[in-house]
Design a protein around this ligand. Structure first.
Ligand SMILES: C[S@@+](CC[C@H](N)C(=O)[O-])C[C@H]1O[C@@H](n2cnc3c(N)ncnc32)[C@H](O)[C@@H]1O
Length: 366
């Protein structure tokens, strides 16, 4: 599992690509609109004209329309301020930067009204994991907005659960499940704390005093580390892999060796790490819920079209994990795997409509 090559989203404009399967992330982006606006306008008054220079970074921009929505939100928020803005669009080397820069050209043309001519915008691609060794330009006023879910806050798989260690401590599971030993839960939690702390330290170096950062990522509604919706979602995925093991398409050892490089924290866990860092003040933190099916905007407890919803959820998850799964299980089993996953999701949704818990955290650098 290599971050540079395996952690990016599914490429291309086809049926399984992230570009066409990122509606959940878009919905999350709309939910963060107010927090984002507040953070940007808060900075505008600090940046000194004439003309002030605001540096905005989208960490984990991926490729697709969502980055354009993010850029629009920022441009709308700074309307009225005589600012020059530099956008740094950051993602891993495997990301399709060409697509995003092609869309930006059209976007710039479509927005060149008189009002916007008062601002000057520059867009720069910024390739590299947001980990040690990588750094955004320093000494700028910098607003950092990694969106969403498994964004740049994607964690490494816990050390000790490393595939190469050959000690399969979490057999049959790919994340925290009912049969996951407490020692493995602890590995996940320690890795989460270590990675978030490191992320905060690195961003602290890049942000100027008073700079803002809005983080949006999947989390957990309750404190029960076994009981979040991500546990369900990954449990159903593990079941689907097991089905392929039974069909002889995947070796059992491959399933035993795989652990998602991800942890869904509770709000309290996140707050505790931020406080421990002593680097940022928490402006606000909230948790909102969003239906698993990104195309289901209903608010009730019932699912209207469970088969379609199962397929929608499976496609949106595939778009995020495909490169990772292809590297570990092999690309040839993915169609079968995600068909099985869609069926499992459908069965689950028929008994219980389930939602993601999304945490939106707005931080200010001390
Ligand atoms: C779920 S996508 C979100 C994309 C986009 N912001 C959106 O809202 O649609 C997460 C993105 O984070 C990127 N990513 C994951 N880990 C990263 C890291 N350490 N550094 C930079 N980008 C990373 C992935 O490649 C992916 O494009």
């Amino acid at each position: 599992m290599k971050m540079d090559t395996d952690f990016h989203m599914a490429k291309g404009e086809g049926e399984t690509g992230y570009i066409n399967n990122s509606r959940f992330q878009r919905k999350a982006l709309f939910e963060t609109k107010r927090v984002l606006q507040k953070a940007v306008t808060g900075l505008c008054s600090v940046v000194q004209p004439p003309p002030g220079n605001l540096v905005v970074a989208d960490l984990g921009c991926s490729s697709g329309e969502n980055t354009l929505i993010f850029v629009s939100e920022v441009i709308n928020a700074i309307r009225g301020y005589p600012l020059e803005v530099q956008f740094f669009l950051n993602d891993l080397p495997g990301n399709d930067f060409n697509y995003i820069f092609r869309s930006l050209e059209n976007f710039k043309k479509s927005r060149s009204t008189k009002e916007e001519h008062r601002h000057r915008f520059t867009f720069l691609g910024c390739q590299g994991p947001t980990t040690p060794g990588f750094s955004l330009p320093k000494a700028f006023i910098c607003f950092t907005h990694p969106i969403v879910s498994t964004g740049t806050l994607r964690y490494l798989p816990p050390h000790g659960l490393d595939v190469n260690s050959k000690t399969y401590l979490n057999k049959g599971n790919i994340y925290i499940a009912k049969t996951t030993p407490l020692s493995v839960v602890k590995l996940y939690q320690d890795q989460f704390q270590m990675d978030l702390l490191l992320f905060l330290r690195l961003r602290y170096e890049e942000l100027v005093l008073g700079g803002n950062m809005v983080l949006t990522f999947l989390g957990r509604k309750n404190e029960d580390v076994y009981g979040g919706d991500l546990n369900h979602l990954s449990g159903l995925l593990a079941q689907s892999i097991l089905c392929l093991v039974h069909k002889g398409l995947v070796q059992e050892e491959k399933l035993d060796a795989f652990n998602l490089p991800f942890y869904g924290p509770s709000v309290d866990e996140v707050k505790a790490v931020v406080r421990e860092s002593e680097l940022f003040d928490i402006n606000s933190v909230k948790l909102f819920e969003s239906n698993w099916d990104p195309y289901d905007d209903s608010e009730g407890h019932s699912i209207q079209h469970s088969i379609q919803s199962g397929e929608n959820v499976a496609k949106s998850i595939r778009a995020v994990v495909e490169p990772l799964f292809a590297s570990h299980f092999g690309g040839s089993v993915l169609d079968e795997l995600f068909k099985e996953y869609a069926r499992n999701i459908t069965r689950h949704l028929e008994s219980e409509k389930t939602m993601y818990s999304v945490i939106v955290l707005s931080l200010q650098r001390r």
